[in-house]
Design a protein around this ligand. Structure first.
Ligand SMILES: [Zn+2]
Length: 85
């Protein structure tokens, strides 16, 4: 009976869902957006919002985990009934 303790493997990829007006940073050549202080921002650092970054096709950096766009805040499923007659 082999029993492995995997407690050392903490979930490093815990991504928070944050609102779209959160300030994130992108670079000139990168494909990812970053939280402030990420080592990827040494070359260039362009301030933007999370919503803009996602709209432009940027992805969350895996080093600094800036968070992902909270999709529940953008979907307005409660008021989608539009009676256009
Ligand atoms: Zn980063």
């Amino acid at each position: 009976m082999s029993f492995l303790i995997v407690g050392a493997f903490a979930p490093a990829s815990t991504v928070l869902a944050v609102s779209g007006d959160t300030i994130v940073y992108v670079t000139k050549t990168g494909e990812c957006y970053h939280a402030d202080g990420c080592s990827c921002l040494k070359k260039s650092k362009i301030e933007t919002t999370l919503q803009e970054a996602v709209d432009d096709g940027y992805r969350a950096c895996k080093k600094c985990s800036p968070g992902t766009l909270d999709s529940s805040s953008t979907t307005t499923s409660s008021s989608t009934k539009t009676s256009t007659k």
